[in-house]
Design a binder for this molecule. Structure first.
Ligand code: FAD
Length: 432
């Protein structure tokens, strides 16, 4: 008896769900409306001109992503540059975490950070011990800015604010302290190497989507390029309508964006659909600059964001074995810059780059990419929808209820869980 499972959406959550369901013995059909799998984390274009749809960073704590990559034949040691967490600005180094047991590494890192005064370092250790004593939990209504209100300015500016906007894609005054504390706990305090930065040395499509496509085809899965327009329940079977294409089977994993998931479930699960439609989003802008012969002081450099200088981080794609002379500048929580317009943002990023970094040849704007709905706004008290929808219908995606903000790891974990859930569901399976 083979269960027929459709996965709608081929981003990292859908790919995880499809691979896991296939491994559990399902006959999988994957639908994605885009010709290229990978969703928000994919490459655009082909060959040497390909660019990522926005710079991505993974961290050592992304154990499910790393395991899934290995499963489809990608060696994370080759595909990702692993470095200890080090927040290096053009003019000074701040926190660097040495190896070793997490609390010891953190304490040594903070005490060794000469960019901060001794009272600031001690204050930070005191406040973080308090976070540990409370199990990294706080009131759900608290913002990151309020949580960190009694930290010294230098630590908020050098560490908390850039980490918050990078991890939650939401500026500290609007960001959920509860989610931020959970990220800190899992990244900084959960095991050796979990805070390490893993920077892609290949395009995003090569990290998972393309090898996953090949693995799915090897498993006998079908991959169809079509936008799913409607989802219907017919007794204990599920039907999908996708333009000229149609599918009927036992179970569906709905791994689209939240907006599409809300649309497809409007009649099936109205309360879930209303909750899912209510997300607010934060944009991310990536500005690619080119400058022949130039190199940044490190593969990843932190930058000071101001009202005139938009980028928080810059990456040297030459040092990441991708394209020498190409640099990505990341603007997370970019709503104010989207309002100013992409041309103005690109010019401001170029000016920031010229002012703050050394260049051998004058940098030029190569390309500007903007994802208006890059992630949901991770605000205090946000209630996120659960994965369970109806018997045989389960959602997957980075927006679902869970401890993490919108990340690749959250997406992959939810895809894996969705596959187990639809394979457990006990409506009769089809004989073949
Ligand atoms: C610019 C940018 C930078 C980011 N940086 C990081 C980072 O550094 N680290 C990190 O961990 N995360 C980062 N993220 C977040 C990360 O990319 C997402 O959390 C993750 O990719 C979400 O995967 P998903 O499968 O949940 O959704 P998606 O990737 O959105 O996948 C949904 C898929 O569903 C398909 N689809 C939608 N509707 C339909 C339909 N009706 N029929 C068929 N197919 C449909 C879409 O084509 C898409 O392929 C970043 C995101 C962006 C945009």
């Amino acid at each position: 008896m083979t269960r027929q499972v459709a996965v709608v959406g081929g981003g990292w959550s859908g790919l995880a769900a499809a691979l896991e369901a296939a491994a559990l013995g399902a006959q999988v059909t994957l639908f994605d409306m885009a010709p290229r799998l990978g969703g928000r984390a994919r490459s655009l274009g082909d060959g040497p001109e390909a660019l990522d749809n926005g710079q991505h960073i993974l961290i050592g704590a992304y154990t499910s992503c790393l395991a899934l990559m290995r499963r489809v034949g990608v060696d994370p040691v080759q595909a990702l540059l692993r470095t200890p967490l080090r927040l290096r600005y053009p003019d000074r180094d701040t926190l660097t975490l040495p190896g070793g047991p997490p609390w010891l590494a953190f304490t040594r890192g903070v005490l060794g950070c000469s960019a901060w005064s001794w009272p600031d370092r001690l204050r930070f250790l005191m406040v973080s011990s308090r976070w540990m004593a409370t199990g990294f939990r706080c009131r759900p209504s608290l913002s990151v800015a309020a949580l960190c209100g009694d930290l010294p300015d230098a630590i908020r500016r050098d560490l908390i604010e850039p980490l918050c906007v990078a991890a939650l894609n939401t500026p500290a005054p609007q960001a959920s302290a509860q989610v931020f504390l959970r990220v800190l706990k899992d990244a900084l305090f959960s095991g050796p190497g979990s805070a390490d930065l893993l920077l892609p040395r290949a395009g995003l499509s090569a990290l998972l989507p393309e090898p996953a496509r090949a693995a799915l085809l090897r498993h006998g899965a079908q991959i169809r390029t079509a936008r799913v327009q409607a989802l219907r329940q017919a007794g204990d079977r599920w039907q999908i309508e996708a333009g000229d294409d149609a599918w009927t089977g036992d179970a569906v994993v709905l791994a689209t964006t939240s907006v599409e998931a809300a649309r497809l479930t409007r009649d099936l699960a109205p309360a879930w659909s209303t909750q899912t439609a209510a997300f607010e989003f934060q944009p991310i802008i990536t500005v690619y600059l080119e400058s022949e012969g130039s190199a940044l002081p490190a593969p990843m450099v932190a930058l000071r964001e101001t009202a005139e200088a938009p980028a928080q981080f810059a990456f040297d794609l030459g040092q990441l074995a991708q394209r020498p002379g190409l640099f990505s500048f990341v603007i997370s929580g970019a709503a104010p810059w989207v309002e100013r317009g992409l041309d103005a943002t690109a010019e401001a990023t170029l000016a920031q780059a010229i002012q703050t970094l050394p260049w051998r040849t004058p940098p030029r704007i190569h390309r500007v990419l903007s994802e208006k709905r890059a992630t949901f706004a991770c605000t205090p008290g946000l209630l996120r929808p659960s994965a369970a929808l109806l018997p045989g219908l389960v959602a997957a995606g980075d927006y679902l209820a869970g401890p993490y903000p919108a990340t690749l790891e959250g997406a992959v974990r939810s895809g894996l869980a969705a596959a187990h859930s639809v394979m457990r569901h006990n409506s009769p399976a089809t004989g073949h």
